[in-house]
Unconditional design. Structure first.
Length: 122
């Protein structure tokens, strides 16, 4: 044979014994979500898990998602530091979010990240 040959064996009885997963679903949101980006510079010692815990620990019930979007080292970022772009998605099940609510939660997030030694980028 001129190509690699692969062989697989499936134990169907064992696979069948596992059963099917219960399907989980959530209805589509009735009210729109709002996304905000936050750009910070942290020391290399600050890991994303600490950043995540600080934001999740704020207990904002409308916080639906918190994730890193981009990490950058070098260039204008000093040695031993990194820049991270964080995206937050906020959404309420009770109604459309107001600008003052979003501003208040954003200020809390910024304060929490600054408490970890982060410097907000413009």
């Amino acid at each position: 044979m001129r190509q690699d040959v692969f062989l697989a064996e499936l134990d169907l009885e064992r696979l069948h014994a596992l059963g099917l997963r219960t399907m989980k679903f959530a209805p589509l949101a009735k009210y729109p979500a709002v996304e905000r980006d936050f750009s910070f510079v942290f020391d290399d010692e600050v890991e994303f898990e600490a950043i995540r815990r600080a934001v999740i620990g704020l207990g904002i019930p409308e916080l639906r998602e918190f994730k890193p979007v981009e990490i950058f080292r070098g260039g204008s970022i000093g040695a031993g530091k990194y820049s991270i772009l964080l995206r937050v998605r906020l959404q309420s099940d009770a109604g459309t979010l107001r600008d003052d609510q979003i501003a208040q939660w954003s200020a809390k997030i910024v304060a929490a990240l600054q408490g970890l030694g982060g410097v907000q980028r413009a």
